[in-house]
Design a protein around this ligand. Structure first.
Ligand SMILES: *[C@@H]1O[C@H](CO)[C@@H](O)[C@H](O)[C@H]1NC(C)=O
Ligand SMILES: *[C@@H]1O[C@H](CO)[C@@H](O)[C@H](O)[C@H]1NC(C)=O
Ligand SMILES: *[C@@H]1O[C@H](CO)[C@@H](O)[C@H](O)[C@H]1NC(C)=O
Length: 286
């Protein structure tokens, strides 16, 4: 009976498996709805954030994107189903899931509020222009892999000489539009914005801020990160085990004509100012 429990817990991550084999079972249970949700944004660095957060011993992270609040077919299954998607956790651990599409889905804030109005939300954002290019790049590679046709980036970004407002990826970068929906249900005290550009450039200070916001014991430290020169990114060290994020996470963006880039920067200037005002903080976006 005990053996089988240990086996089940080992199917989570290697670290937790290692820990659980040291402690008498059954301690880790799937009985905790998330106290933290990473709500987005798509291509903002949500994978990096959840991986870095799970370095903390008080956090247990769901492996997959759950899409509970945004997909009707999942939401209809109810809270018991949602619970079944959560990771095994010790009683003193917080559980966290990330679904980047939550941020831009209008119906999600109310649904999360109805589950737990005191939940802590993490939102990781990067320069909105960079985010659009990254969004395009992901779709481009997905279509390439499926041998489907794709449009060059100039065609989707610009229509009749103007920024193409019909391009969904642009809309996802209008952060203030989506933030309004969240602020109807949650105070800024419940939402922490992580600077995704900074998290990639220098992860430790951003993660210390996240620890403070979540009122976690300060634990993540410099030895959890090391710079991989080949990748040009930081990788993680977790209980002596080293791991880097998937290669698709650092893909080069397509070349975009400088004139179009300038148009994009200009386009986002005002929306960015609105967002800064809304959250009472500025970001170093172009
Ligand atoms: C962007 O998306 C929001 C939410 O889905 C929608 O209300 C808004 O009209 C869209 N804006 C543009 C310019 O497409
Ligand atoms: C960082 O944290 C690890 C694990 O908690 C600990 O063993 C190590 O001594 C810490 N290193 C520093 C520089 O504080
Ligand atoms: C550094 O990155 C390269 C390229 O992705 C990878 O092959 C290598 O294993 C990494 N090295 C370490 C120590 O993480």
């Amino acid at each position: 009976q005990y053996t089988s429990f240990v086996l089940v817990t080992c199917s989570a991550t290697l670290t937790t498996c290692f820990r659980s084999s040291l402690l008498p079972p059954p301690l880790r249970l799937r009985t905790r709805l998330p106290q933290i949700i990473i709500i987005g944004v798509r291509k903002g660095g949500t994978r990096a954030l959840i991986e870095m957060l799970s370095l903390h011993s008080s956090v247990a992270a769901a492996q997959n994107e759950v899409h509970f609040f945004d997909w009707e077919s999942h939401y209809q299954k109810g809270i018991p189903w949602y619970l079944s998607q959560m990771p095994y956790a010790y009683p003193d651990q917080l559980t966290v899931e990330k679904t980047p599409a939550y941020f831009t889905s209008g119906k999600v804030p109310k649904r999360i509020y109805d589950m737990n109005p005191d939940i802590k939300l993490l939102l990781i954002l990067r320069d909105p222009t960079e985010r659009v290019l990254s969004d395009y790049t992901q779709v481009f590679y997905n279509r390439l892999q499926k041998h489907k046709r794709y449009q060059p980036i100039e065609y989707v970004l610009v229509k009749d000489g103007d920024i193409n407002l019909g391009y969904k990826a642009l809309n996802r970068s209008l952060y203030y539009v989506h933030m309004q929906n969240w602020l109807q249900y949650f105070p800024m005290d419940s939402i922490h914005v992580v600077d995704g550009d900074e998290l990639i450039r220098d992860p430790l200070p951003e993660m210390k801020r996240v620890e403070r916001f979540l009122k976690l014991a300060p634990q993540i430290n410099a030895s959890n990160f090391y710079f991989n020169k080949t990748k040009g990114f930081y990788c993680l060290r977790d209980h002596g085990k080293e791991r880097c994020l998937h290669d698709s996470k650092g893909r080069a963006h397509p070349h975009v004509a400088p004139a179009i880039l300038q148009k994009l920067y200009k386009f986002f200037h005002e929306p960015n100012q609105k967002f800064f005002q809304m959250v009472g903080r500025t970001f170093n976006w172009k």
